[in-house]
Design a protein. Structure first.
Length: 503
């Protein structure tokens, strides 16, 4: 690749733990197309995509891989040229302009980065000098059985230096604010997707790839030293300890980790008929048990709307009204839950069909009233997430969340408090995951005073029935949920409400 001089990026605190982070994940090739078939260029996207994201209030964009790749169906996850910006949408200068334009509008940009494997194409790195140069020579380590790709040899200094330099290239030359490292679990485990006899244990007889561990620790330590305002994010799907713990504390050194457990459990819960949810209450509450074990991002990513899984809306039960109400309640719960947020494109307006990388989003649906109202809700949630310190300052701190009641399985209600770092402006988040309004539902609250409903996903503005819309409730000196103050209010059906303590 020919790397020309590019404008220097403007770093900020966009990726800091105490800052709002609501990420719009996008596949540039299928977000929108000219005449339904021709790709938008980086310059086109610098205007239309950034305007769209700013209007919806997202703080960041995460783009799926933009290094050059031969097969459209890989979505970029089988790159042949890590230093080459894919020419599908323009050149490196155009991409740098897109990133710079995002920064001018206050939006951070994260890119998916793929250092875990590469394809066997002859014009790539496979058998580059006629032998195994970039990949492990032993196919039990060097070939990925699921994807038919090759695995980098993390024991060779030349290879890890190449990968580390590439990460620096995207941060320094293109100006990315962060990198999301793809498929970290496949890098960490020697027996990943392999049966007995198909893998080679490490020198201690274990299944951990010690060379990968050393590489990731060195990579993260060096990147955070050189680019302290950037972030490296792990897509790691197991319970590997300390993924986002600093290297000097024995961790892998990532800044954030995707919470795959939260995503799997909560989507399973939401797909259930509400009458059965009471028997699966732990699916919606279990993530709180480990919410602060890592610095988590809650991902509703592209992987959840492909391969027959259906769209987010399509996974919700009930008739049309209930499906939209379920999705709105789920989004409210997600934005209230500790952790940064990530939503794949199309989810923001409840697209009916699952994602198709060969097409574009169903923009005709986005204009329909129930879909537009979901967009209005996402915009309102993003604004609240940004404006209420309690909803972002302590996303990664145990003091940022306090239970009101996580045990009301019978009525499928989840209620908790989010705290700001000063402890002066709490926000209560209450979800009712049944289609029945719950009258005179009593909730303990940590402070006396008037609590105003600042968002109700059942609001008529968002397509709901309007139960408790705009309500303001004053606490009473009645002990409830272990708190000296409490309120009684009507919980709307299939809805999440946010109550903010008035100053």
């Amino acid at each position: 690749a020919v790397v020309r001089d590019l404008p220097q990026p403007d770093y900020s605190r966009r990726m800091a733990y105490d800052q709002p982070m609501s990420i719009y994940e996008v596949h540039l090739g299928s977000w929108r197309k000219h005449d339904g078939w021709r790709f938008y260029s980086y310059d086109d996207l610098a205007e239309d995509l950034i305007d769209y994201v700013v209007d919806l209030g997202f703080t960041h964009i995460e783009v799926m891989p933009l290094h050059e790749f031969p097969f459209d169906g890989s979505w970029g996850y089988q790159p042949v040229g890590l230093f080459c910006v894919t020419s599908r949408f323009g050149n490196a200068g155009g991409l740098a302009h897109l990133v710079r334009r995002a920064h001018e509008r206050g939006v951070g940009v994260i890119m998916d980065w793929v250092p875990g494997h590469f394809p066997k194409d002859a014009h790539g790195l496979a058998r580059f000098d006629g032998g195994a140069l970039y990949e492990y020579a032993d196919p039990k380590k060097g070939e990925h059985p699921d994807w038919g790709t090759l695995v980098y040899d993390y024991g060779r200094w030349e290879v890890v230096n190449y990968l580390e330099a590439n990460a620096a290239f995207w941060l320094e030359k293109i100006g990315m604010d962060g990198l999301r490292v793809d498929a970290v679990a496949s890098m960490l485990y020697l027996d990943y997707s392999r049966q007995a006899g198909q893998w080679v244990p490490n020198i201690h007889g274990g299944n951990e790839n010690l060379e990968t561990i050393a590489f990731l620790r060195r990579l993260n330590a060096n990147l955070y030293r050189r680019y302290p305002h950037a972030a490296v994010i792990a897509e790691e799907s197991t319970a590997w300890p300390g993924v986002s713990r600093p290297v000097d504390q024995g961790g892998l050194g990532f800044g954030y980790k995707w919470s795959m457990g939260w995503m799997n459990d909560t989507l399973d819960y939401m797909a259930r008929d509400p009458v059965h949810r009471q028997y699966h209450h732990r699916e919606i509450t279990f993530s709180f048990d480990y919410a602060f074990d890592e610095n988590f991002i809650l991902p509703l990513s592209h992987d959840e709307v492909v391969h027959g899984k259906g769209s987010l809306l399509g996974r919700m039960p009930g008739d049309d009204w209930q499906r939209f109400a379920n999705l709105r309640a789920y989004f409210g719960f997600m934005w209230g839950h500790p952790g940064k947020k990530l939503l794949f494109m199309g989810g923001e307006f409840a697209q009916a069909a699952e994602w198709n990388h060969e097409g574009e989003l169903a923009w005709d649906e986005a204009a329909l009233e129930p879909n537009r109202q979901v967009s209005d809700l996402v915009r309102a949630l993003n604004r609240l997430h940004r404006d209420e310190p309690a909803l972002h300052e302590q996303d990664c701190q145990p003091g940022g969340m306090q239970w009101i009641d996580g045990s009301d399985a019978k009525q499928s209600v989840v209620a908790f408090i989010r705290w700001d770092s000063a402890g002066t402006a709490p926000v209560a988040v209450i979800s009712n995951f049944t289609p029945t309004p719950l009258e005179n539902y009593r909730l303990g609250l940590p402070r006396a005073g008037r609590w105003r409903c600042v968002i109700n996903t059942d609001s008529t503005l968002f397509g709901g029935s309007g139960v408790s819309e705009g309500v303001v409730v004053a606490t009473q000196a009645e002990d409830w949920h272990g708190m000296a103050q409490s309120v009684a209010l009507a919980l709307p059906p299939l809805a999440t409400i946010f109550l903010s303590l008035e100053p």
